[in-house]
Design a protein around this ligand. Sequence first.
Ligand SMILES: Cc1ncc(COP(=O)(O)O)c(C=O)c1O
Length: 399
Amino acid sequence: MLKISDRAKNVSPSLTLAISTQANKMKSEGVDVVSFAVGEPDFNTPDYIIDAAKVALDKGMTKYTPVPGTKEFREQICKKFKDDNGLDYVSDQIIVSTGGKQSLYNVFQTIVQEGDEVILLAPYWLSYPEMVKFCGGKVVSVDLADDDFNLNIEKIEKAITDKTRAILINTPNNPTGVVYDKDQLSKLAEMLKKYPDIWVISDEIYEKLVYDGKQHFSIAAYDQDMYNRTFVVNGMSKSYAMTGWRIGYVACPTVQIAKALSGLQSHQTSNTNSIAQYAACAALKGGNDFIADMQKTFDGRRKLIVDLFKNAKDVSVVTPSGAFYLMLNVSKLFGRSYKGNKISSAFDFADLLIKYAYVATVPCEGFGAPLFVRLSYATSEAQIKKGVERIIDFIGQID
Ligand SMILES: Cc1ncc(COP(=O)(O)O)c(C=O)c1O
């Protein structure tokens, strides 16, 4: 019998992408769907970046580059780490990959052995557990829903065993929108000093999208010990509205570790797209004007969506202070019915909502948060108003 591997069988396909696809299909069939499912800015890539890609084409920059990325781009990334995060890296510590997703894969593949445990803080981005499983690791989930999604150091320490290989932190967080402040991260760093064999993976891809005067802080900048064991993952997708260009990067603690990562990548994708690298380098050189405008727009939408849910019955939200997501707690609706259809889970809620009210949301079972659905407010204010109105109306019809 022809068989596929357990590795492939055990991986769950991305639910977020599946729901976005379903919403797009309904739209193409003429259904007026409001989609809160997408995980990407609804802005176009700024013109100066697109122009840089055209220049790259005209200059014939269409060949393989070094596997970890062009020297010029990696140097620019070092400058970004220095300017934004106070972190000193040399270009040989930086590996550029096909999106932050591949950067994360590379890190897991480099440090996780069969049977190793990786601590994820729930709610977490739904790709992490699949990546850990793919590398033969075991996910140990620490539930932070009762802590308003903030770090609970005691709970995290309890999850550590002699098999713990790594802990992943994601700030600003997808799906919660929480930003861990310097104080929380310092406490985590201090606790981890007792466990010198645990790597830290810090996913900072939403770094530029913080609100309410919050400051992004990279745990790698806490002290030399943290620097020596932290992989900092970042990328162009969310900050520069460049999701389709597929450029992510990771800063490794040493040049030697970076070489191991690069070795893995050399047999997978080699370098990521040469033209996109050139454009991404220009993006970083271009400063923060575009980001500041985008951040302001997202902030306005964030306030609007939180406000629209303020008086909603039977659901609640935790005000996010980063990224572009809102978590809606729908657990009070469990056990009730909509038009004879029982709602037993966030999945049921989201399924009925898209079918009957034409609003796409992402149920958060896959994010380790089964009481919630996630709404992305990376859409216009008009769509936000229409979508939330439909959700509230839908909830009002639940028996
Ligand atoms: C938390 C988080 N990390 C990493 C990524 C990867 O983004 P990309 O592969 O587009 O760089 C995403 C994308 O949705 C994300 O939400």
